[in-house]
Design a protein around this ligand. Structure first.
Ligand SMILES: [Mn+2]
Length: 294
């Protein structure tokens, strides 16, 4: 016996489609257009930046709106716009004083950046009103102020940021990946999850990535390459120099320092583990956010 739903729904639908078969390619085109429109809105997962033959890579740690410190750092390394390449490890904004000014400086220098957890969460919050993760509830007011301060061009730029940059070094020095928080060891790059890349701190007892400081060990200690990785996000540990990974977050927004790794032109060997002279730091002018609110 044929179920009633067949007569009620399926048969009329089949008849309808049969009578209007010429419409099917139109539906197809609509679906295709909608999909490509949606896809265009997704941030590129990975972007490649070639070494500028004339200049250096200046890779800057978490700025969090500390525009005065960013200006001071660029002056200290004698940054040459158009010659040197400015690379930001993410968390340009969030918590600190001048988000709009930081974006303005980076864009003026034609800098490249990736999304940190603050860009990631702010974009989600602004786009879909997604609830903020628990620890960020405390800084909701600062987020609301940031949303009010930035204009559409700023948001478009933030939304265009990828999660990973690949710096191509000259000759035999290989490539360096730049990611905000880190990578899950053992997972191919194209299968790394954005949520992990912007939040990871440790590898827990079961070998899973976690943002928890206290579970397991620092991910960078378990990272055995072969890619070298530069990251930020972990102000609690500060400067990290592991065999294949360098952590640059020295807590500028908490009154610490803003740090850059400077990779000179004609870099002929892997940049990590980096020589100490490759790091340049400027002290924060004040404590902009209390330290316990990491
Ligand atoms: Mn972060």
């Amino acid at each position: 016996m044929v179920p009633l739903t067949y007569y009620r729904y399926i048969r009329p639908l089949v008849h309808y489609l049969h009578r209007n078969v010429w419409q099917i390619p139109i539906y197809g085109l609509c679906i295709l257009a909608a999909t490509s429109f949606w896809w265009r809105g997704q941030p590129a997962r990975q972007r490649i930046v070639d070494a500028h033959p004339a200049g250096r890579f200046v890779v800057v740690g978490d700025v969090h709106g500390c525009s005065a410190e960013l200006q001071a750092l660029l002056a200290t390394v004698n940054f040459l716009p158009g010659v040197d390449e400015l690379i930001m490890v993410g968390d340009l904004i969030g918590k600190g004083p001048n988000p709009k000014e930081v974006i303005r400086i980076v864009r003026e220098m034609n800098g490249k950046a990736i999304q940190g957890n603050h860009e990631f969460n702010l974009l989600k919050w602004k786009r879909r009103g997604a609830p903020l993760p628990d620890p960020l509830e405390k800084i909701k007011d600062a987020y609301a102020a940031t949303v009010a301060e930035l204009d559409e061009a700023d948001w478009e730029w933030l939304a265009s940021l990828p999660y990973v940059l690949r710096l191509e070094l000259p000759s035999s020095a290989g490539t360096v990946l730049v990611v905000h928080a880190g990578l899950a060891p053992g997972t191919p790059l194209d299968q790394q999850k954005p949520g992990v890349m912007v939040h990871i701190r440790n590898i827990d007892g079961e070998g899973q990535p976690t943002s928890d400081f206290d579970a397991g060990t620092a991910w960078a200690k378990s990272w055995n390459g072969p890619e070298q990785v530069i990251f930020g996000h972990d102000a609690k540990r500060g400067l990290q120099k592991e065999s294949f990974a360098v952590g640059l977050d020295t807590g500028a927004v908490y009154g610490g320092a803003l740090t850059a790794l400077v990779i000179p032109r004609n870099q002929a060997s892997p940049v990590i583990p980096a020589e100490s002279h490759a790091f340049v730091s400027v002290p924060a002018k004040k404590e902009y956010a209390p330290k316990d609110k990491k």
